[in-house]
Design a protein around this ligand. Structure first.
Ligand SMILES: Cc1cn([C@H]2C[C@H](O)[C@@H](COP(=O)(O)OP(=O)(O)OP(=O)(O)O)O2)c(=O)[nH]c1=O
Length: 206
């Protein structure tokens, strides 16, 4: 039996008991639960989600290519993962769960300033080497007062349901926006100019 140290990425007492039963040397480091995620700072949260998305795609593509005689992946490429949330008074508002959630979210954003955070993770793959960079951008968005009828009309467009904070600044949701401070593209889901600069730095680092 190997004597290598195992880090058990799980909070399950059953898994712990089974590893102990076999006599393995291990430490427990449970992965973050949904409850932990909800109390994270929005900046940390979006960077973690962006990294999870990029890691998953990167690992899957590389694993799929391993079995191929003719490789589909180029010698060098970058995987970009991103995640966007709205934060109102420190509370994270993602995509709405349902109609009522979208209504309540828009109602709470009315006549208020909230923050839109987008986290980005870039993974640069060159041969077998991987280097990555993670960052976030924050944009402050102030809404005009939004009435009950305006929210009902807006929900009928179906625009809110796949969007963080239940609105799209690039669509009819733009009519609610009084002012923004920061990158507009960041609100739409990708801080393009920051991505450009980080990408330039990442791929020229070797
Ligand atoms: C606030 C706001 C968000 N959004 C969008 C950007 C994101 O696509 C979405 C938040 O969901 P995300 O989970 O960040 O992204 P996604 O599910 O659309 O795509 P994937 O996970 O595959 O990368 O909300 C707008 O389009 N306009 C806006 O004004």
């Amino acid at each position: 039996m190997t004597n290598i140290k195992i880090i058990l990425a799980s909070g399950s007492p059953r898994r712990k008991e089974l590893l102990a039963q076999a006599g393995y040397d291990f430490d427990v480091c449970p992965s973050l639960s949904e409850e932990d995620l909800e109390v994270m700072a929005p900046s940390e949260y979006v960077m973690l989600l962006a990294k999870m998305k990029a890691d998953e795609v990167c690992n899957r593509l590389i694993a799929e290519d391993v079995g191929r005689r003719v490789k589909k992946l180029p010698e060098r490429f970058v995987v970009l993962g991103a995640d966007t949330v709205v934060s109102l008074n420190g509370r994270i508002l993602g995509k709405p769960y349902d109609y009522d959630d979208a209504y309540n979210t828009l109602n709470s954003l009315s006549d208020q300033t909230h923050q839109v955070y987008t986290g980005v993770c870039l993974i640069y793959v060159e041969g077998r080497a991987k280097t990555s960079s993670s960052f976030f951008e924050k944009t402050d968005v102030t809404f005009y007062p939004v009435s009950h009828n305006e929210i009902i009309q807006y929900l009928a467009t179906n625009e809110p349901f796949d969007k963080a904070g239940s609105y799209g600044i690039q669509g009819k949701g733009g009519l609610f926006v009084k002012r923004i401070e920061g990158d507009y593209n960041n609100v739409v889901g990708l801080p393009l100019a920051r991505v450009y600069h980080e990408l330039e730095e990442l791929v020229s680092e070797e």
